[in-house]
Design a protein around this ligand. Structure first.
Ligand code: NAD
Length: 478
């Protein structure tokens, strides 16, 4: 992108602010490790300007007709679709995922906008009839300015998933996306700007994450925190938010258990699971991670999984036919290498990958499959967030459920069995916000997305996503 550098900036009160007088941070290409551009970081004064604007923007936007708000969101969706190719190229350049995945992410983000635009029209109240003939009214009103922080793994979609429900509900928002994928976020903001959404309603800043979050969360202007990222950062931010008792939505990490039973359709199960495991180089909060396979099909499953994994084409996401790109930053391959070494040292068998950096330069790590991984291995307890599949056998459904529920995470779980009674039991007893049975699709614009336990609380998407940006008021009329 020839003008990539020029298009990076802070979007505050409708103005694009560049590096003049501000510290900067390099944005890298993970396929090469080279610098793409320098990103300006917000000063404390910039954040105060953004807070003042968010306060102003909220006062006007909350009384804007829902139909007018919906029309602007749908216009932004049209622009996202028109620009999906450019957005996809930028996302690949700074995050590494294959171009088709990145373009698909932009199209999904457009669908999210359309859904939320319509959902914003369906905020209904309630009338309570009283014996005397008087009434009480139950009203749902926008909660106020939102501070949102999101991670680099879906650099387009994560940003839209925060902004769409806030704006549909009538809130203003200041978002701090990941500095590492700033170009994608800036292009998303241009879609909102070009659609005519007021510049004090949707704003975007970058900075030193801890400084930005402390500043925005300490302000009385901010009434809601929405965060997508790791469990430790989520817990830290929830404590900051507790100081002002603001509402919070926490979309945190996971450690997706997959339960594969003897009666599944093995080839179909393997095809979908291998593709899903290594999508976005495994850097997905709902990624399938721990594969618990019933003993009767364990060996066949392990052999089929390893064979399919070895056949994956790894390389730059801009190269045609590449199925897995580099990891998003230099921290991730090191983290995965340490987990693999730890598991191997206590007896795990390496069936595929396991150490060689798959390509010259950049932040690559081979797609890796480990079998017979002791439960004490770090990878069996901490979220790998990378191209690492962990395989272990089980015998009974009780054992599978106990293992699925063993960890404090509770985001996504997957089950493969043709037995209807067992499907119901798994759906009921697995401690997760989302369970997929005989499929791997957990994200739909109209269904709530979120976790339980350490994976967070509150839902995004579906009607629940808009509700999370509303407060309830009761008006008693005599
Ligand atoms: P990290 O926890 O350092 O950062 C995750 C994100 O949170 C980044 O975008 C970062 O800018 C932001 N962040 C960090 N500290 C913050 C603060 N004090 N205030 C506001 N924002 C802050 O982790 P990482 O090394 O970038 O990524 C690895 C871990 O992140 C993984 O283990 C995974 O659990 C988690 N992660 C989860 C998701 C998800 O969708 N749930 C997405 C990306 C990363």
């Amino acid at each position: 992108m020839s003008n990539y550098q020029a298009r990076l900036g802070l979007y505050i009160a409708g103005e694009w602010l560049g590096p003049e007088g501000r510290a900067t941070q390099d944005v890298l290409d993970p396929a090469t490790g080279q610098v793409n551009a320098a990103l300006p970081l917000a000063t404390a004064a910039d954040l105060d300007t953004a807070l003042d604007a968010a306060d102003r923007g909220f006062k006007a936007w909350r009384v804007t007709a829902p139909e007018a708000r919906a029309a602007l969101l749908m216009k932004a969706a049209v622009l996202l679709r028109e620009r999906a190719g450019d957005l996809g190229r930028i996302a690949t350049l700074e995050q590494g995922k294959p171009f088709d995945e990145a373009k698909g992410e932009a199209l999904y983000a457009a669908a999210l906008l359309d859904f939320h635009a319509a959902e914003g029209l369906r905020v209904y109240g309630r009338v309570l009839q009283r014996p005397s003939g008087t009434r009480s009214l139950v009203l749902h009103q926008p909660i106020g300015p939102v501070a949102a922080f999101c991670a680099w793994n879906f650099p387009i979609m994560n940003v839209v998933r925060k902004i769409a429900p806030a704006l549909a509900a009538g809130c203003s928002i200041i978002i701090k996306p990941s500095e590492e994928t700033a170009g994608s976020a800036c292009e998303v903001m241009r879609c909102f700007q070009d659609a005519g959404i007021p510049g004090d309603v949707a704003q975007c800043v970058f900075g030193v994450p801890d400084q930005v979050s402390r500043h925005l969360l300490a302000s009385p202007v901010t009434r809601k925190l929405s965060f997508t990222g790791s469990v430790p950062v989520g817990k830290h931010l929830a404590k900051l938010a507790a100081e002002t008792l603001m509402a919070t939505t926490m979309e945190l990490g996971g450690h997706g258990p997959v339960m594969v039973f003897d009666d599944c359709d093995l080839d179909r199960t393997l095809d979908t699971l291998v593709a899903t495991k290594f999508r976005n180089a495994g850097q997905v909060c709902i990624a399938p991670t721990r594969f618990h396979v019933q003993r009767g099909v364990y060996d066949a499953f392990a052999a089929g999984f390893a064979e399919r994994t070895r056949a994956l084409k790894v390389g730059s996401g801009l190269e045609k036919g590449v199925q897995m790109g580099p990891m998003a930053n230099a921290r991730r391959p090191d983290a995965i290498a340490a987990m693999v070494e730890d598991a191997r040292s206590i007896g795990a068998r390496v069936l595929a990958g396991g150490g060689e950096r798959a390509s010259g330069g950049g932040f690559f790590y081979e797609p890796t499959v480990l079998a017979d991984v002791p439960l004490t291995a770090r990878a069996m307890n901490d979220e790998p967030f990378g191209p690492l599949a962990l395989l272990n056998p089980f015998d009974t459904v009780d054992e599978a459920i106990a293992e699925a529920n063993r960890l404090p995470y509770g985001l996504a779980a997957y089950c493969f069995t043709e037995n209807g009674r067992r499907q119901n039991r798994l759906g009921d007893e697995i401690e997760a916000g989302m369970v997929a049975i005989n499929n791997v699709r957990l994200s739909w614009v109209d269904s709530p997305f979120g976790g339980v336990k350490d994976s967070g609380y509150g839902s995004e998407d579906g009607p629940e996503g808009v509700k999370a940006h509303l407060v309830t008021k009761t008006v008693h009329m005599t």
